[in-house]
Design a binder for this molecule. Structure first.
Ligand code: BG6
Length: 302
């Protein structure tokens, strides 16, 4: 692992802005710092674990009980759910939310941009391990751009000779002052599939959190805004290539059931996910690609 980190630093490290180093349990991390923000990315899952514009509170939430173990999902940040969202559509023995979040990705490109942002691109391709779970050839490329704004771009390619169905999400865990005292704007009037009871309902007004919440909103391309009066902050999520959005908070009992989630932490987080979920799954013909993008920006505001 030390050798891998040395090689990565030699090949992709950027003076001051980007270095690679060991994280918790030795999992390799990319550490980004520039004049605008700092960020941390785990190579396992290409998972952002932190993003913080200078002078601001952290934008992403990670559980203090998170596991940092090879092949295990890390609770927080921005896991990449792919090639399926939620349980596998036909085989419940396959891993929830696919395998991208637990696979080791390969950093392939780093750029110090003229506008001061730092870009890191990571790739995941099919292998014997992925084909054992999902029999398709693919290449997915995630470009993370860290500046005063965070940009995520997931380029999904079908490199095989059969079509495949691609669903997934940027499963973003946002850090909030108090989940019970915020609102999510941009979903008024939209229908959602309530994953708690399988019913479809219509949203009236902003989304408020007052119990376990697990919803897939359809025809919801955004933008969405988390209005957080306690932190005096708005988090705005603009997306492209996504017509579905997931809002998730486990609330008390589910938090207690999850070993990697502190019992009281449900108040400090809210997942608002940029998704291709349920009927927003995309079919990719051989040679075709799909781009899923999110742009996360913050502004002060009550
Ligand atoms: C959300 C799903 O996106 O992820 C929820 O809608 C799920 O149903 C949650 O509980 C967390 O999933 P996991 O696999 O990370 O525990």
């Amino acid at each position: 692992m030390t050798e891998t980190i040395e090689t990565l630093n030699a090949q992709l490290g950027l003076p001051v802005q980007l270095s690679f180093g060991p994280g918790p349990s030795g999992l390799p991390l990319a550490l980004i710092t520039n004049a605008q923000a700092t960020a941390t990315v785990a190579l396992q899952g290409a998972q952002l674990l932190a993003f913080q514009p200078h002078g601001e509170q952290p934008v992403l939430w990670v559980s203090s009980h998170a596991n940092y173990l090879p092949g295990k999902a890390i609770r927080g940040g921005v896991p990449i759910c792919w090639p399926w969202f939620g349980p596998h559509p036909s085989d419940p023995t396959l891993p929830q939310h696919g395998f991208a979040r637990t696979s080791i990705w390969t950093p392939i490109l780093s750029t110090a941009r003229d506008d001061g942002a730092t870009e890191l691109q990571l790739a995941l391709r099919d292998s014997a391990a992925t084909r054992a779970l999902w029999p398709h050839a693919f290449a997915i490329l995630l470009t993370i751009s860290v500046g005063s704004v965070l940009q995520l771009s997931l380029d999904i390619h079908n490199t095989g000779d059969e079509p495949f169905v691609s669903s997934g999400a940027f499963h973003s865990y946002f850090a909030v002052g108090d989940a019970t005292a915020l609102r999510v704007e941009g979903l008024d009037g939209h229908h959602y599939f309530d994953q708690l009871d399988g019913q479809t309902r219509q949203q009236h007004g902003p989304v408020l959190i007052s119990g376990e919440t697990d919803r897939v909103y359809r025809d919801a391309p955004g933008p969405l805004t988390i209005v957080d009066p306690l932190l005096g902050r708005h988090i705005r999520i603009d997306s492209a290539g996504s017509d579905s959005a997931v809002v998730w908070n486990p609330w008390i009992e589910k938090a207690q059931r999850m070993a990697d989630f502190g019992d009281d932490e449900y108040r400090a987080m809210l997942c608002v996910e940029t998704a291709n979920a349920r009927d927003d799954a995309r079919t990719l013909a051989p040679g075709n690609s799909h781009l899923l993008e999110a742009r996360i920006s913050t502004t002060p505001g009550a």
